[in-house]
Design a protein around this ligand. Structure first.
Ligand code: ATP
Length: 278
């Protein structure tokens, strides 16, 4: 996908399985929204092939649109409609809508059904957005950065909503720049940076964290901080602690750490941005 001279997304290749929660992760400007909008049929791509539910989104018709739900980055709520009215309105756009009350319950807004959208908190408005996307009973749901700006407890509540969609067997294409969100929710994660895919895999094996060097830290007898990077932390720890015990010394503040997923993410995305900037 090019915008004039700028290649926003360059030769990316990805597959999402039915029933999967797929997280598409990357820093600002990486190309996430561009990609998602192409998949949703909102943006015309300048090259490549795309199939979503077996059809090309650029030419797919009403029947296809009926099978997908979309939650955009900015909400599209009418501030003066109540929660129930908003969801009823959207139900009218689909040929086989799910029940309005059931949808309200699914997104946890039972107590707010008669409140106007403008009276809801940011997190509740986002849940209403999801409700409006869900009332058409889509097979596939796109969520574009759904929890940006949420406080930690609102994010966890929203994650519960997504977990319940997993149980309904929905396929979810989730865009986020929160590593912990991807780790918590996703079956598979793809990281994009500067328009290219830099890593793909399950949250567990992403970046081959298990094979990365561990860092051992402690303070020696003189109180000086010692840091050791090692690919074999078990053997190294055995040596260090064995020697300390022979000398009858303690190892104050002893800790062993591996790079967190966040470290892996920052490492991968900063390398890619560096390359793109050259
Ligand atoms: P964010 O996390 O900030 O939403 P993103 O990963 O969704 O970022 P995109 O919005 O897809 O990123 O943008 C990718 C690149 O394409 C950016 O460099 C952006 O400036 C550029 N871009 C996006 N939309 C347009 C447009 N309509 N015209 C020109 N350039 C654009």
């Amino acid at each position: 996908m090019s915008y004039g001279e700028t290649e926003a997304v360059r030769g990316i290749d990805l597959e999402v399985a039915r029933g999967e929660i797929f997280a598409f992760l990357g820093p600002n400007g990486a190309g996430k929204t561009t990609t998602v909008e192409i998949l949703e049929g909102y943006r015309k791509r300048t090259g490549g092939e795309v199939l979503v539910l077996g059809e090309d989104p650029a030419t797919a018709g009403r029947g296809w649109r009926d099978r997908i739900g979309i939650v955009l980055q900015s909400n599209s709520l009418d501030p003066y409609l109540t929660v129930r009215e908003s969801i009823e309105l959207y139900a009218g756009y689909f040929s086989h809508p799910r029940s309005v009350e059931e949808t309200i319950a699914l997104v946890g807004l039972e107590g707010k059904a008669d409140d106007r959208a403008r009276k809801l908190s940011g997190g509740q408005q986002r849940r209403l957005d999801v409700g409006m996307a869900l009332v058409g009973d889509p097979e596939l749901l796109f969520l574009d950065e759904p929890t940006t700006g949420f406080d930690p407890s609102a994010r966890r509540q929203f994650w519960d909503v997504i977990e319940s969609l997993r149980e309904l067997g929905k396929t979810i294409f989730l865009t986020t720049h929160y590593m912990d969100e991807a780790q918590r929710l996703a079956d598979r994660v793809t990281i994009i940076a500067a328009g290219r895919i830099v890593a793909q895999g399950t949250p567990e094996d992403l970046g081959e964290r298990e094979k990365a060097a561990a860092t051992i830290r402690y303070r020696d007898a003189r109180g000086e901080e010692v840091t050791i990077e090692t690919l074999d932390p078990v053997r190294e720890l055995n040596r260090i602690t064995g020697e300390a015990m022979e000398r009858g010394e303690d190892l104050d503040g002893l800790e062993v750490t591996r790079p967190s997923l966040e470290d892996v993410y920052l490492d991968l995305t900063s390398t890619a941005e560096g390359v793109a900037g050259e």
